[in-house]
Structures are given as structure tokens and as C-alpha cells.
Design a protein around this ligand. Sequence first.
Ligand SMILES: Cc1cc2nc3c(=O)[nH]c(=O)nc-3n(C[C@H](O)[C@H](O)[C@H](O)COP(=O)(O)OP(=O)(O)OC[C@H]3O[C@@H](n4cnc5c(N)ncnc54)[C@H](O)[C@@H]3O)c2cc1C
Length: 455
Amino acid sequence: MKYDVIIIGAGPGGIFSAYELIRKCPDKKVAVYEAGYPLEKRHCPIDGDKVKSCIHCETCAIMSGFGGAGAFSDGKYNITNDFGGTLYEFIGKEKALELMRYVDDINVSHGGEGTRMYSTSGSEFKKLCMQNKLTLLDASVRHLGTDINYIVLEHLFEELKDKVEFFFRTPVERIEKLEDGYKVICKDCEAECKDCIVSVGRSGSKWMSKICEDLDIATRSNRVDLGVRVELPAVIFSHLTDKLYESKIVYRTEKFEDQVRTFCMNPNGIVVNENTNGIVTVNGHSFEGEDKKTENTNFALLVAKHFSEPFKESNEYGESIARLSNMLGGGVIVQRFGDLERGRRSNQKRIDEGTIRPTLAATPGDLSLVLPKRIMDGIIEMIYALDKIAPGTANDDTLLYGVEVKFYNMEVRLNERLETNHKGLYVIGDGSGVTHSLSHASASGIYVARQIAGE
Ligand SMILES: Cc1cc2nc3c(=O)[nH]c(=O)nc-3n(C[C@H](O)[C@H](O)[C@H](O)COP(=O)(O)OP(=O)(O)OC[C@H]3O[C@@H](n4cnc5c(N)ncnc54)[C@H](O)[C@@H]3O)c2cc1C
């Protein structure tokens, strides 16, 4: 089979490149190869009843399939160069913002109309944060919510399905370089193309490093973020979340001058398990629909750990720490802040007696046995700093779930066209290490499609 363009991976990066390709060059023959299932067939077997924990499916329905890792996410599209990736380093800040706004227009016109756009600009919270040694990052955020995000994906698939050939449950095993293009090789099939867009996200990170090795593409890897997910009564953060929805706040610790930051804030949301390469970590969701809202807000507190040469296994370091929590707790561990401060583990009785009803059934335990002291100290310092702008954050009953790990893909060496050292082989989205978010991954897809279209 021969195509003009083959896209590997149907996450936001792959979807938006396909969308833009058929818009800009409708005559091009485009195929998408995806390891996971179509959207409607993506079901995680954990039902809390018969299946309580991860049974390690061949492809994880949460991370893989049409919509990628973002399909069941909270659908927060942050339009900013301050976080979410470094796309601007390749294409410039103005262009990056313009593409993120374009992605927002597409989302809004495909089911996202009626959802809210929040903004930090001109807000009084910037000053309040500054007065308390905290920095509020600038962003506009479109909050689709898990439910509307799903609807947008359904509409996008509807629009693409007759114009693009989709191959689901077809993981690509190898890419071979030809004289004028590439051969994409799967277990039971293969196809050729002139241009190849690789958009395999976080779940494809190990595969990506193998491809880079095979094709002699330079890479670099040195960062992992580690921390906990905090859950507290929604009213404690409501003055911030009502106005900003999500606030990205950064704190520089006094002791080690490490950076701790809030990440993925879910007002009235739930805490969830996440499975990365068989290791259970923690994450969070929230819903747009009133009926699904809870009385709690959750967000992650993460400490960025940068390693220097020659250490290259930053993700393995994060995985080892997450594995420790799985070993001690059989999965995610939950601890009351008051118990952590008193140097004792939480138990079910103390959690039940607390004022906060946990939204995730995790094992009560002691996070200080899992996270390195330096990281734990940074998190505790930041909880007290946040307590000054949102009194109640440092209450004894505040729940900490661990561990939350933000893995970073290794960075693939790319030129300003997001092209590797091989002409016509592009790497986009989180798999490139350039992006770590829905907006940036989607924008990188649009950008490369336009490069191929000759713009
Ligand atoms: C629970 C959760 C919540 C999140 N919430 C947010 C949020 O609110 N806001 C935000 O900005 N970001 C969020 N993120 C991150 C966001 O989902 C990612 O940044 C985004 O999905 C990256 O898009 P991508 O297309 O690069 O990769 P992905 O979405 O990871 O898609 C990659 C696709 O490639 C496929 N693939 C991998 N290897 C192969 C192969 N060899 N052959 C064929 N296919 C392959 C995978 O199956 C997958 O479907 C969240 C992530 C998770 C897990």
C-alpha cells in the first residue's frame, strides 16, 4: 500500500495533523496507524467491583486508541508558552500561540461551544501569589471537561473517517528508510509513504527511543517530575478555581531552591489511578456536567528533578519510586497531611474520621517511606505557602495521594520544521519530548501538516 503521508498514533498530535492535511491538501492519501482501539471501543476493565486493579491489558485503553492519552482527560487546553511544552523554541512564540488558538477554534466548532475559557491575565491573584513567594503563570485555558472532550473527539472522527484510512489495533513495529520515503512495518502488514509523521505520545516513549537508535536520530533525556496529588474541600480553593479554573503556581523552596509547582487542577473533581508501563500512579479528572461534580478539588504538587550527564534514565528513576509505592500499598497510597507531619502512617480509621471524603479508594500509608526526603520537604514547604493564599490547604485532614509522576519523553533532535535528520520524517506531540500537553501536541500536528502542505 502506498500513501502520501502516514501518521503513527491517533492522539491529539496525530488527529490534528490528519485534520489539517485533509483540509489543506484533500488530494493526498493519508493513513493513520494506531496501536489502540477506536474511541467507542476504549474500555478500561477496572470496574471497582469484579476488577479492582490493573490487569495489564495488551494496550491500555486509558492511554491508547483514538484520542490518545487525552481521550478521558479533563480536556484542559492551555493556551500559553509558559508551560505545556517548548514548541515556541522551534516555531516562535507568536506562531505557537496562533496555532493553539486555531486548535481551540476547531474544538469549539466540534462540540466545545458553550464551554468556558478562563484567563489569568489581569487577575488579582498574581499579586496575592507574589506577596507569598508564589508565582502564578500566565495562561488562557479552555476547559472542555471529560464529557465534552469525548464529544469533540467523536465529531472529529466523524469528519475524518471517510477521508483518512484508519488502522486500529495496528501498532507499528519498525520504520525503514527508502530512497524516496519510508516503509512502515507492522506485525501483519506494511505500507509505504513519502512523508511520515510520528506522534506516539508517552505510551510510545520506549518504542520511540528504539526507532531513534535504529535510524540514528540523536536524543537527550534528563527530567522527571515527582510528587503527590492533594485533595481538599473545593471551597478552600474556590476563590481561585471559580475565576481561573486551573492555576499553575510555582514555588521555589527555601531549603534547596527546588521548584515545586501545582499541576492539573480539578475543581470538584475526582482522583484516579493511572497506569504507566504497568506501574500504578495517581492523576485527577473533573467533569463539566453538574451531576458528576464532587465536593472536593484536587491538584498535583510536583518537584522537577533534572539530572546531569552521564545519567540518562530519568524516567526509570521515577518508575522505581512509583514501584516502591506500589510495593508498599499495592497501588496508590493515601495519607492525611496531619499524619505526615506527625511522622506516622495513616490508617483507615483516621481517614474515615477525617472531614474529607476521599474520591479514590487508595491504601492508607506513609508517603515519607516512598518519596525522597528532598522532594517530601519541598512539597510540605509548598503546602504551607499555599495555605497563605488558600487558608485550609495545610489542614490535618488534607489528603495526599502518591505518587504522582510526570514522565518526560526523551527529546528527539529536530529542526525548525519538527523534522528529524531524515527528510520527510517528522516527530510531533509528546513523543518528541517537545510537548507535554493537549494544546501543544495538537498545535505541533497542525504545524507539521502545513509544512507538508508546503506553507
Ligand atoms: C489522565 C490524563 C489527564 C490529562 N489531562 C490533561 C489536560 O487536562 N490538559 C493537557 O494539556 N494535557 C493533559 N494530559 C496530557 C495529554 O493527554 C497529552 O499531553 C496529549 O495526549 C499528548 O498527545 P500526543 O498526540 O502527543 O500523544 P498521545 O495522546 O499519548 O497519543 C499517542 C497515540 O499513539 C499511539 N501509539 C503509541 N505507539 C504506537 C505505535 N508504535 N504504533 C501505533 N500507535 C502507537 C498510542 O496508542 C496513542 O493513542 C493528560 C494525560 C492523562 C494521561
